[in-house]
Design a protein. Sequence first.
Length: 165
Amino acid sequence: MQGPAGPFDNVTWPGFVGTLTACAPGRFAAAINQAPMWRRTRHPWLRPYDLAMNALRTWSIRFIPPDHLLREVFETCNDFGAARQRLETTPVARPVIYTLVGCKRGERCVIERTEEGCASRDDDTAAANDWLHCRKPWEARMPSDVLLTRSYEEAAQRAARARFC
């Protein structure tokens, strides 16, 4: 693909207008991870309700969708610093985790975003559909085979063990 800032390779499927994973040679590369789920309830059987309520919350989009922001960043940002600044400060329609890497030593970060909030880190730059530091009422994403059976507490304990906390 091509934007005012230069060419970039966008890994996607036909008709998708956003960017989930891309690389701009000589500038930076980035990927999106799904953020944890906002939980209103605690019972496993009510997870579908939380999923539905979170989806309805995005019905009236006030801000740019995270995948559209990432595509815009690839089209318009000339370097890692500009990309990081845009991904950290532009309000987004739903929570997201961005992983961003540049071409120079030390240019790497994970950007954990809520709609208007941001937590970035330059170390521990791996991301897997959960905040680095668990916090209620957020819950890490889980496989569908345990979606209706794993309790909130079990999910938090599993996430903590996965982080070696």
